[in-house]
Design a protein around this ligand. Sequence first.
Ligand SMILES: NC(=O)c1ccc[n+]([C@@H]2O[C@H](COP(=O)([O-])OP(=O)(O)OC[C@H]3O[C@@H](n4cnc5c(N)ncnc54)[C@H](OP(=O)(O)O)[C@@H]3O)[C@@H](O)[C@H]2O)c1
Length: 293
Amino acid sequence: MILVTGATGLNGGELLRRLSKRGVKVRALVRSRAKAEALAALPGVELAEGDLGKPQSLGDALRGVTRAMLISSSDPKMGEVQCRFTDACVEAKVPHLVKLSGIIPELDSPFRFARMHAEIEQYIEKSGLAFTHLRAGEFMHSYFRQAGVIAAKGILPLPMGDARIACIDVGDIAEVSVQVLTGSGHENKSYALTGPEALTMSEVAQRLSQVTGRTIGYVDLEPEEARAARLAAGMPAYNADALDELFAERRKGKESKVWDTLETVFKLKPTTFLDFAKRWAPVFRGEQPPPKP
Ligand SMILES: NC(=O)c1ccc[n+]([C@@H]2O[C@H](COP(=O)([O-])OP(=O)(O)OC[C@H]3O[C@@H](n4cnc5c(N)ncnc54)[C@H](OP(=O)(O)O)[C@@H]3O)[C@@H](O)[C@H]2O)c1
């Protein structure tokens, strides 16, 4: 049995839909069944209730599990929660743990979640479980945060300077995850995953202009302006600070490397940003809201 955690979230939901479509039987871990009715309706998907950070709540969820996909929110508890889930997998003798990680996990990174991902990866590696770390670049879905201002004002305001970034479609992460969870030969490997190109924000804006039929211009925000805008939009200070750290790294070009893992290891054709933007043009034109996970 495969267990997918983070099931009500962006990547977990995408992965479950794809496993279900392929006829793979899968269990979804949720904190509340009430939030997961759509998942429960997917063919071959069963639900188990539990909290990743509370191993005593995971007995039923982990029974008979051969591979588990570990995903949880970017929040202050991410490190603690994911390490406790690892403990529970060891206890339940789950043979193989697959973790959704960040593109550059580093113990001394200035970005708090990159440090946490590095700590969690080390913890998993020391646990004795077979592991696969899926180190994903920026999700293309992240641009939905700017969808409102893109549609209303025709601008893409971000504190990126002229740096390039190699983002990835969550559908491609899900395809890789399907292969790792249902295939063989991925034990004790770490894979860096990006799309096929590294774009500047001017290039992203140009592609958004192309698909929306409107002129969208990149506005290079000062980091303080960007932070103030996040706080004004109601983002908690912890998250606003984390994004500050992240964009400082990105502005230096830290996430500009393109990895060909999708093609070479998984034989997948990675989605371009233009294809992603075409698919979601109505969102960037303000005609429909961004998709819910
Ligand atoms: N944003 C990016 O560009 C990016 C890039 C690379 C990697 N990442 C990493 O991707 C991960 C987030 O993935 P995502 O965006 O797919 O997730 P998401 O949409 O934020 O959803 C998080 C999921 O985790 C679940 N969860 C959180 N705490 C839990 C707990 N204690 N017990 C059980 N379930 C719990 C949530 O359940 P509830 O519905 O119950 O809250 C939800 O299903 C983070 O580790 C982040 O660092 C992000």
